[in-house]
Design a binder for this molecule. Structure first.
Ligand code: CCH
Length: 288
């Protein structure tokens, strides 16, 4: 047994690499789901759990995993994420000691790495909260708005322009679903590979407006109308300060990987009450 340190928290004995391996195994278990991987929706779960952070009130963030509860689970921005949360219940059943915040963020890290992205340093330390800690609606970005809205949302979390653009590169993964966000399609043709293709797509293709059946609209590639950009993204690309980073990451994938690893770790750790002695994990890929 552990020596008496005066700390009330007991150290958990969880093999996080094993948790990572179990999640990795789950990613491609259903080849009929979307493009054949649960990775993208798990990255989105980690991001939406974390992106509610408000640096002034120090509320929100991945710590409490309050998206388990209504009203947060019902916020329109979180449409479709029940799929990801239900998947994680299976892992939680095997490791009941892990907090949901730790589990969801670890799953995001696992998905990025397994789909070919950089190693994201990760540490445990999130503690589950109750529904009384649910964040108010409106803390996540609205894809139909413009660059000033995107800045407001991400500055509230404590990010700068370069970090905002690096984070947006996660849209190399996954797609929009008409029944979730109302938008439709992937951002480029290889949505299960983490790469800088998102930046190449936004900076080199000819984007044209397309009206959607639901009354909204999005941008589509003139030469492949199956791929898309959100209104907010082209607005960002047309902003001089943002544009220089889009162009940088389109040319330099190593720089993107390095910056993404740092900023994704920062996102996942916003508001987490670390004690300072947590082990930092660099998970091994299942292919290593
Ligand atoms: Fe995102 N994202 N995202 N996004 N997102 C959507 C899907 C994904 C915005 C809007 C949308 C980040 C930032 C933004 C992912 C990761 C990140 C969708 C479609 C919309 C709309 C949802 C649907 O219909 O299923 C906006 C606006 C911003 C502002 O900057 C950040 C940051 C990250 C992670 C670092 C991933 C991954 C997906 C794909 C999900 C899937 O199910 O395929």
């Amino acid at each position: 047994s552990a020596p008496a340190t005066g700390k009330t928290e007991k150290k958990k004995n969880i093999d996080y690499q094993q948790v990572y391996n179990d999640i990795a195994e789950m990613l491609d278990e259903d080849s009929d789901y979307d493009d054949g991987s649960y990775g993208p929706v798990l990255v989105r779960l980690a991001w939406h759990a974390s992106g509610t952070y408000d640096k002034d009130t120090k509320t929100g963030g991945s710590n409490g995993a309050t998206m388990r509860f209504a009203p947060e689970s019902k916020h329109a921005a979180n449409n479709g994420l029940a799929i990801a949360r239900d998947l994680m219940e299976k892992i939680h059943a095997k490791y009941p000691e892990i907090s949901y915040g730790d589990l969801w963020t670890l799953a995001g890290v696992c998905a990025v790495q397994e789909l070919g992205g950089p190693t994201i340093p990760w540490r445990s330390g999130r503690e589950d909260a109750f529904e009384t800690s649910c964040t108010p609606d409106g803390r996540l970005p609205d894809a139909g708005k413009k660059e000033d809205h995107i800045r407001d949302i991400f500055y509230r979390m404590g990010f700068n322009d370069q970090e905002i653009v690096a984070l947006a590169g996660a849209h190399a993964l996954g797609r929009c679903h008409p029944d979730r966000s109302g938008f439709e399609g992937p951002w480029q043709e290889a949505p299960t590979v983490f790469s800088n293709e998102y930046f190449k797509a936004i900076s080199t293709r000819k984007w044209v407006k397309k009206d959607l059946k639901n009354g909204g609209w999005q941008w589509v590639d003139k030469n492949n109308t199956d791929v898309m950009m959100l209104p907010a993204e082209i607005a960002m690309y047309n902003d001089k300060e943002f544009k220089k980073y889009f162009d940088l990451y389109a040319k330099d994938e190593d720089k993107f990987f390095k910056d993404f690893a740092a900023v994704f770790q920062k996102l996942l750790e916003l508001g987490v009450p670390f004690k300072g002695d947590e082990k930092v994990y660099h998970f091994k890929r299942t292919t290593e």
